[in-house]
Design a protein around this ligand. Structure first.
Ligand code: PAF
Length: 281
């Protein structure tokens, strides 16, 4: 397995691999890899002749006062994980390599980024789509794999891929959870043991909402109230949003006719966690 740090070396490898008629599968990550990433890598491995994993903590998707500096990093451990998942290339550029001095171009997807995380993190999705567009042009994949835990991110990337005519298949993969149900996230590392216990309220809230929905409740406000009540019991929990929205447009839904996304963002202590569930009739 090779680690490539320069954009031009990565592009040369990608061009040569495509010219040789091989298929490139790509898993973009910010590193500090966990089982959720491993599941994405396994999927990628089955979908391409070569698997490229990028490890880049992207500064443009962090807002002022967010955790860019503190975001956990461990390239050595990540390299082992990519290697044992059968990865062929790690692309691990520096921030300067991706955003050299004088950099001034950004990609913004409009409507689907307005609600949920976009409402409280105003520059976040522009940072995500900018770096993913750049990575697509650098790694030149045939297929790219993303997790459904970041559901709005996945919808946004699908929209960008269609709108900008990237000839890339986008695959979404189900959220991987800890044994007790907490969605895996690199940020779980920040939780103290007590916060880790309380963090389970996100999963519990989603479970209760699903039960209520299966029992026939289609009124979003009732589902939201149930989730919020379960979360608020926890002393460390501070709700950013609890919403029911359309799974493709990400607009709020008052009533669920067919399918809906129940999405949560909750601060547990200082750690902001997200989770979601697609409700279907
Ligand atoms: O989901 C992530 O880890 C990041 O948002 C991504 C897609 C790698 C872009 O930096």
């Amino acid at each position: 397995m090779n680690t490539i740090k320069s954009v031009s070396d990565m592009q040369q490898w990608a061009c040569a691999t495509r010219e040789a008629g091989k298929r490139i599968a790509f898993v973009p990550t910010m590193g500090f890899l966990h089982e959720g990433h491993v599941a994405l890598m396994r999927e990628g491995k089955g979908r391409g002749d070569y698997l490229v994993v990028s490890i880049f903590v992207n500064p443009t998707q962090f807002g002022v006062g967010e955790d860019y500096e503190d975001y956990p990093r461990d390239l050595e451990e990540d390299t082992e994980k990519v290697s044992s998942a059968g990865g062929n290339i790690i692309f691990a550029p520096s921030a300067k390599e991706m955003y050299p001095s004088g950099y001034q171009t950004f990609v913004a997807v409009e409507k689907v980024t307005q609600n949920l995380c976009g409402a409280s993190r105003s520059t976040h999705f522009q940072g995500v789509t900018t770096v993913v567009a750049k990575l697509f042009n650098i790694v030149k994949p045939h297929v790219a794999i993303f997790g459904e835990k970041d559901y709005q991110q996945l919808v946004t990337i699908r929209q960008m891929t269609r709108d900008l005519n990237f000839d890339i298949e986008i695959i979404g993969m189900p959220t991987i959870r800890e044994e007790d149900g907490l969605a895996m996230s690199s940020r779980n590392k920040y939780l103290s043991p007590e916060e880790r216990k309380q963090a389970l309220c996100l999963f519990n809230a989603l479970n209760q909402v699903e039960k209520l929905f299966r029992g026939g409740e289609k009124n979003s406000k009732k589902l939201i109230d149930r989730a919020a009540t379960i979360i608020r019991v926890q002393s460390a929990a501070d709700i950013d949003y609890v919403k029911v929205c359309h799974p493709e447009t990400i607009e709020d839904l008052e009533w669920i006719d067919d399918r809906a996304l129940m999405a949560l963002a909750v601060k547990i202590g200082k750690t902001r966690l997200i989770d979601n569930l697609v409700l279907k009739n």
